[in-house]
Design a protein around this ligand. Sequence first.
Ligand SMILES: [Fe+2]
Ligand SMILES: [Fe+2]
Length: 278
Amino acid sequence: MSTHSWVQKIHSLPVLPQVAMRVTERIQSSGSTLDEISRLIESDAGLTARILRLANSSYYSVPGGVKDIRKALQFLGFTTIAQVVLTSSVFGSFKNPGLRDFPLLPFWIHSLAVGQVAELTARGLNLPQPSDAFIGGLLHDVGKLILLELAPDQLARIARHALENGVSFIRAEKDLGFEDHISLGVGLSRHWKLPELVEDAIRSHHGLPETKSGQIIAWANLWVHLQGIGASGSHDPEMESRARELATLLGLGPSVTETIEKQFRKEFEKAEAILGGH
Ligand SMILES: [Fe+2]
Ligand SMILES: [Fe+2]
């Protein structure tokens, strides 16, 4: 498929649900009230159910349970709400249930974990708008979801090639002469009118990004791979050395990394409730 026809195909995909963009905008703008956000969420039945499930999960163990969104928001906090809204909206936009060569659940776990690690790292390094790092991390590999939706046979071939030859997913795409998941992801980011920063994260996550925010996503991606959390069809033998290089660039010493890891392990306990039911 040529680049031009990919662009057309991507434009045939649904747009990101309004509620996702509006809730994230509201949460990021300081003037938003709990009532406004509750109303936005209540306009979407699926989201409402998901947020109530998370608020009632063992992670929060609220005595007596949580039955309304307003109360749920008070327990969850804005950061977690933004994560749930975005994650379920993004994943809900794709209908293919996954392939034998590319199962969906490990991929979602990979994406969510990279988003969470990136956000914690951005916070640890005092970057403005750390929630943008979550969006970038969550979506860095979204190009693979486009393949799953629009060209599943191609995706299966790439995933098999990467596994059989012990190479990265992007190397496999190049070896087989396919359009890579970076340009597909960038195309979707434009179609969804996502912030520049997200597009930048998608574009640079396999290179050595120039911006701090790009480096954070690239590092978080490798860290999550090296910890064996989830999977994204990549078998890059050079992950460790690239992760070290990025950690040095970011000034992430062992004690900072340890703190991030501790915070992430706690944060990741919410993953099941966030992803459950998809
Ligand atoms: Fe990637
Ligand atoms: Fe990845």
